[in-house]
Design a protein around this ligand. Structure first.
Ligand code: PEP
Ligand code: MG
Length: 834
């Protein structure tokens, strides 16, 4: 039935009216549930805004809907996340099916209790049947005062009955901790509306129209309920498949199955490489080596050590030649360098002179240095210790004549180890290995780098009890969640396998389209460039559709050198990289970003108490201007071969920029260069972001380093294993600083890139584009994915979602909002098999 008379809705509470956009909850703010208003209440009895029948009142008493005689349906939801209060603080005064008058008391609530125990007491009144309305009030309102005028007549009537023969899904178990309350119900109804079929959700003998939010809520589902979806009509099959998948995945809510919360069946770690895999445990155990102390004469032992070192050098060369990517090759090149380390060799030869065996001398020398590195309490040097231990073991085995027997890997192996060394992982049969789990290592460890290069999921920092798991036990590794599930159930496995198959298809499609520019559906071009540390990586990036280099981490070019590269060698490196790119592409060279946390062997530094707050980046270079002059000269030699940009890291004061520019001008003048290359700064310290308007007139561009910007904004060490999940670049504080930076840059006609890891996350792309970021400089293997992500978006939508997430309270909410947005976007651009 369709009404013609306008209807006035009265304020259900006294309080202050707010626009829905101001609600810090993406589902309400995006009007997914329905349009209406929000009240910050000053009274505590929710009253009916219109006369009608209670079409639903949640058992928990936090939400109620009324349907009037003309079908206008109004939902009131007291507070945010109040479903989790499980009824505490709420008293229901009416029953479902009861007729109520406008102004009649519906629910009493204890506002103090709600405010203290839930996210917010903000109360929503939404016209969920979809009629348009005009607001009649704003600001402060009194209970019962008219607030909205609804114009019935435009509502699309939905069929109540199923048409034709309905298809039914298999029963599924509802995973949501609080059942299908307003938010997941809205997501489900929204998805159902995309199909023309009539769709119903069944719980025992009750059924609900799956396109009606209120009907779904009226089912009063709880976790563990057995539900079925039925559909009738042309697209019934597709509708059932989509809705069953959505329901098992939690309808936009993070869900855990009952088994997943049992601590004995779930081990946690830190994500080192994303993805998930279901496979069987394979414990990696190293053989015990038998080392005799006494040698058989100095000359014999010296020859044995020399043979071992030579064989190891050769083996490492072969590994570099066969490496999967440049990252892996770099690691083995570094290992080769370690074999030539004079201090290490000196120590070993000293022991040989004392009559020790080659194996003993080498082992003792490497072990002492490993211990020294580990004791320095620095994550990056500790990684070097792991490298040294690895290469030490390689030489030792060669001296002792122990063959590295290939592991007898089962199919679908998930490797478990105290620590996996690059040598162990290099020669893996990747057709059989599905993932890594280690007790040691961190998100920045080499195992993490290798796992990412191989595209395998990996977690590290897992409790040592993982080493006791029996071989061949089936487990589910969910690196995205940082978990190893020991007794996964069938539904979880199926869900994972489907997701994996989808991911694979997407990846294949993205790779095939890597050369297509990153232009949004509404025609906005975003430059997608590469973060690189070597010439081979530049070449690889071009093959993957990279449009230039947005960040050359110059400190990595010579990271493993004991001596500084000569000026000519430096110039040759930059020139080779510039030539590879050509004059049509940007090359952004970042000047040396070394400091306490990124030691450079040939730039000795004093130990610092707070290395992250010490002489890092540009601060160190300005303390040692000779270093900066030399680097500027070498970089300037490559001008003309690419569109050269120079970028200063860790800038926090304007004076640093002025000083560096003067030095650059002097060096350019010495070289007789008429024009300076573009000069920009990294925005990775909050002071630079907050003062971006002051910096902007003095730079040609900004590039935002979200890794450091996050650690300095949240005051959380970026490598801290226990803070890893909180030091999240999706935090609204970081996003607000990006917003400030972009606005300031654009006001002065300057471009802004993001080169921190946030740019390499597909989930972040809509918000970065929406905030106006012009360039995304990303990790090389992810270039095709990020370009494809851009092509699926609309700039106009991104601007809306970006504004919304800036108003949220924490990173998890931002991720949730973006996940929902992503789900909706991906839905409209299906993956096509190539
Ligand atoms: C950053 O801080 O985001 C960045 C790109 O620099 P790095 O990771 O090299 O410190
Ligand atoms: Mg940085």
């Amino acid at each position: 039935m369709i009404a013609t008379q306008p209807l006035e809705l009265r304020a259900p509470l006294s309080g202050v009216l707010l626009a829905l956009d101001k609600v810090p909850d993406p589902v309400f703010a995006s009007r997914m549930i329905g349009d209406g208003l929000c009240i910050d209440p000053t009274s505590q009895t929710l009253c009916a805004p219109l006369a009608g029948v209670i079409s639903n009142i949640q058992d928990t008493g936090h939400a109620v809907s009324i349907t009037d005689d003309n079908g206008v349906q109004v939902l009131m939801h007291i507070g945010l996340d109040t479903v989790s209060l499980a009824g505490k603080g709420f008293t229901r005064l009416v029953e479902e099916g009861q007729r109520v008058e406008a102004g009649q008391a519906l629910i009493e609530f204890d506002a103090d209790y709600v405010a203290l125990n839930a996210r917010s007491v903000l109360t929503l009144m939404l016209v969920v049947s979809g009629e348009p309305f005009t607001p009649l009030a704003n600001g402060l309102v009194e209970l019962g005062q008219p607030v909205l005028q609804v114009a019935p007549g435009n509502r699309i009537e939905e069929a109540d009955e199923e048409e034709g023969d309905a298809l039914f899904s298999k029963p599924l178990t509802l995973p949501n901790a609080n059942g299908l309350h307003a938010r997941p119900a809205a997501v489900l109804a929204q998805a159902a509306k995309a199909f023309s079929a009539s769709i119903y959700l069944h719980k025992q003998t009750q059924s609900a129209n799956a396109k009606s939010l209120v009907a779904i809520m009226a089912l009063q589902t709880v976790q563990g309920d057995s539900l079925q979806v039925s559909a009738a009509g042309e697209d019934a099959e597709a509708a059932i498949a989509a809705l069953v998948a959505l329901l098992t995945q939690g309808c936009g809510e993070a869900v855990t199955t009952p088994t997943a919360v049992l601590p004995a069946t779930l081990l946690r770690g830190v994500c080192a490489s994303p993805g998930a895999a279901f496979g069987q445990v394979f414990q990696v155990a190293e053989p015990v080596l038998n080392i005799t102390e006494q040698g058989a004469g100095q000359a014999v032992e010296q020859a044995a050590l020399a043979r071992g070192l030579a064989a190891a050098t050769q083996a490492l060369q072969a590994l570099q030649d066969d490496a999967v990517g440049s990252a892996q090759a770099e690691i083995f090149r570094a290992h080769q360098e370690l074999l030539e380390d004079p201090t290490l060799l000196e120590q070993a030869h000293g022991l040989l002179a004392e009559g020790k065996s080659a194996a003993f001398a080498w082992n003792r020398a490497t072990a002492a240095t490993v211990e020294l590195f580990q004791g320095l309490g620095n994550a990056l040097i500790a990684e070097r210790a792991a490298d040294l231990a690895d290469v030490g073991q390689r030489v030792l085995k060669l001296i002792l004549g122990i063959q590295d027997s290939a592991w007898d890997l089962p199919e679908r192996a998930i490797l478990i180890a105290e620590q996996l060394t690059p040598s162990q992982t290099a020669s893996l049969d990747t057709r059989k290995v599905l993932g890594f789990v280690t007790v040691g290592g961190g998100a920045t460890s080499h195992v993490a780098i290798l796992a990412r290069a191989l595209g395998l999921p990996a977690i590290c920092g897992v409790s040592p009890e993982v080493l006791a798991l029996a071989n061949a036990r089936y487990v589910l590794l969910d690196a995205d969640q940082g978990t190893l599930q020991l007794d996964p159930d069938l539904a979880q496995i199926e869900q994972l396998e489907t997701a994996r198959a989808q991911q694979l298809l997407r990846h294949q499609r993205d790779m095939a389209q890597a050369g297509v520019p990153a232009i949004t559906r509404d025609g906005h071009h975003v430059e997608v460039t590469a973060n690189v540390a070597s010439l081979p990586e530049v070449e690889q990036s071009l093959g993957l559709g990279g449009e230039g280099v947005g960040l050359l981490r110059s400190e990595f070019l010579y990271l493993d050198r004991n001596r500084a590269p000569s000026p000519d060698e430096q110039a040759a490196t930059y020139t080779a990289i510039a030539r590879a790119l050509g004059t049509e592409r940007n090359l952004v060279v970042r000047t040396l970003d070394v400091g306490g946390d990124k030691p450079l062997a040939y730039v000795p530094m004093e130990a610092e108490n707070n290395p992250f707050l010490g002489l890092r980046g540009i601060r160190l270079c300005l303390e040692r201007p000779q270093l900066l002059r030399e680097q500027f000269r070498a970089i300037l030699a490559s001008a003309g071969f690419a569109r050269l940009h120079i970028m200063l890291p860790m800038v926090s004061l304007l004076s640093e920029l002025h000083l560096a520019r003067r030095i650059l001008q002097e060096e350019a003048a010495t070289l007789g260069l008429a024009t300076l290359p573009k000069l920009g700064i990294m925005i990775e310290v909050p002071s630079a972001a907050l003062m971006a308007d002051v910096f902007a007139p003095h730079v040609d561009f900004f590039s935002i380093g979200t890794n450091d910007l996050t650690q300095y904004t949240l005051a959380m060490d970026r490598d801290h294993p226990r803070l890893a999940s909180q030091a999240d670049s999706f935090h609204p504080a970081v996003l607000r600083l990006i917003d400030t930076t972009v606005k300031a840059a654009h006001a002065h006609g300057k471009w802004v890139g993001v080169c921190g890891a946030l740019a390499s996350e597909a989930l972040a792309v809509p918000v970065l584009i929406g905030l106006g970021v012009d360039e995304l400089s990303v990790s090389v293997p992810l270039i095709p994915t990020i370009k494809a992500t851009v092509r699926e978006l609309d700039l106009a939508d991104c601007q809306i979602i970006a504004r919304q997430v800036l108003g949220l309270e924490e990173a998890a909410q931002v991720r949730e909002a973006l996940r929902m947005y992503q789900a909706a976007t991906v839905e409209t651009s299906p993956v096509v098999e190539l």
